[in-house]
Design a protein around this ligand. Structure first.
Ligand code: ADP
Ligand code: MG
Length: 391
């Protein structure tokens, strides 16, 4: 059912979410704070969102009985999991309002369709070639080397990617990916990365969080910084306008995060989008009067969207499982949270995951403060305490 054809859902209604990870957990927290009931569909009994939701339906994303139960108990349904099958959203949309829609999610799930969408919206992306057949592989222009071969679907946190320097390396990399549909992107000289979170209502009204500057390590987001000056005003305006155009071009309803590269020559190139709140927007939980998760609740419930106001400079540090593993240790050691929380302006978010594996997102630390130097200083102290490399 189209969201615009539904009445506003007031607190007391039940909001459903497909997927039980940390993004679902923070959505559940935001919804509950505003007086909504929540239902989570996720197969894992110990999922971060399932554990805090009023209801947890233990079922797979394609389990028709589980989906039917979600549609029965929830008045509107969103997703937190990028790779949720679009057909699951379509099944639900026959019964309930669903945002974002399956069509937009399907585009965001497929780098080939995603890049075509960016181009349609007039936002430049990296020079690239689509590789679905051996003929397309052979026709790749030399100008794309060195390049990054990315699977069209199911990649995340740098997985499903390989750097290739020549046609021969491309052939073996594609073989290594079982010849699934891919894009080969020219490897660009990045100055830094940034992203913009927008929220678009069914009436087309769109608001955004300020652009975020992101530092990735090993393909995973490590640090996000948000304050005046992380981007030049021109670049910030360009990124924000591009994110609005991309959401509008999709007829999008919900929260969308668009990731960009800023190249060494200062130009802006869109990288990818996520049809949901994003790791780089987590700072908004503590430094914005409306968080990205509240925006998700508002778009799903059909509530008014007002422009969020950032009230503090912010730095977010991702807390990966690595910090549980001290050099030489045989067993994981819980980080010294008390020491971190002794730092003024530090806000700890842990996702309730028990198994601290390397590269696993266990939580994040938001740092706020009265000035940018104060926030930087606190964030660097937290890094030292936690064994995170300074930035
Ligand atoms: P994922 O879905 O894993 O986040 P991305 O396409 O965002 O995949 O790639 C992960 C990271 O790899 C990016 O954040 C960026 O640091 C680097 N990267 C990706 N594509 C390029 C490119 N064309 N040129 C340079 N660096 C890139
Ligand atoms: Mg990315």
């Amino acid at each position: 059912m189209n969201v615009s054809s539904r009445p506003v859902l007031l607190p007391g209604a039940t909001l459903g979410v497909l997927g039980g990870g940390q993004l679902g957990r923070m959505f559940v927290h935001a919804a509950q704070r505003m007086g909504y009931f929540t239902a989570v569909l996720d197969p894992d009994a110990a999922s971060p969102a399932g554990r805090v939701s009023h209801r947890h339906i233990h079922a797979d994303y394609l389990d028709t009985k589980g989906l039917a139960e979600l549609a029965r108990v929830a008045d509107a349904i969103t997703t937190e999991f990028e790779n949720v099958p679009a057909q699951a959203l379509d099944q639900l949309a026959g019964h309930r309002s669903v945002a974002p829609g399956g069509q937009a999610v399907a585009i965001a799930q497929d780098r080939i369709r995603e890049k075509a969408h960016f181009t349609r919206c007039g936002v430049p992306c990296a020079p690239h070639a689509v590789i679905e057949t051996p003929e397309q592989l052979r026709a790749v222009p030399a100008s794309l080397f060195p390049g990054i071969l990315k699977t069209a679907r199911l990649g995340y946190d740098g997985k499903g990617q390989a750097t290739v320097h020549s046609a021969a390396e491309l052939v073996s990399a594609w073989d290594g990916m079982n010849r699934v549909p891919c894009v080969l992107e020219q490897r660009l000289p990045l100055a830094f990365e940034c992203s913009v979170v927008v929220a678009r209502g069914a009436d087309g009204h769109t608001v955004h969080l300020p652009p975020q500057r992101n530092l990735h390590r090993d393909g995973i987001l490590a640090v996000t910084e948000v304050f005046d000056g992380v981007l030049s005003p021109e670049r910030a305006a360009q990124a924000t306008e591009a994110a609005h155009a991309i959401a509008q071009g999709l007829g999008y309803v919900g929260v969308l995060c668009v990731e960009f590269f800023v190249l060494e020559d200062g130009s802006l190139v869109v990288n990818e989008m996520a049809p949901r709140p994003h790791n780089s927007g987590h700072w908004s939980l503590d430094a914005s009067d409306i968080s990205q998760f509240e925006l998700q609740v508002r778009t799903l419930a059909g509530l008014p969207l007002v422009a969020p106001r950032q009230h503090s400079p912010a730095i977010m540090l991702n807390l990966l499982g690595d910090i549980w593993w001290r050099e030489g240790a045989q067993l994981p050691v819980e980080p010294d949270w008390a020491a971190v929380l002794a730092l003024p302006g530090s806000h700890l978010h842990l996702y309730g995951k028990t198994d601290a594996r390397r590269a696993r997102k266990m939580g994040h630390l938001n740092v706020t403060g009265a000035s940018v130097p104060a926030v930087r200083d606190t964030a660097l102290r937290a890094c030292a305490l936690l064994g995170i490399a300074p930035f």
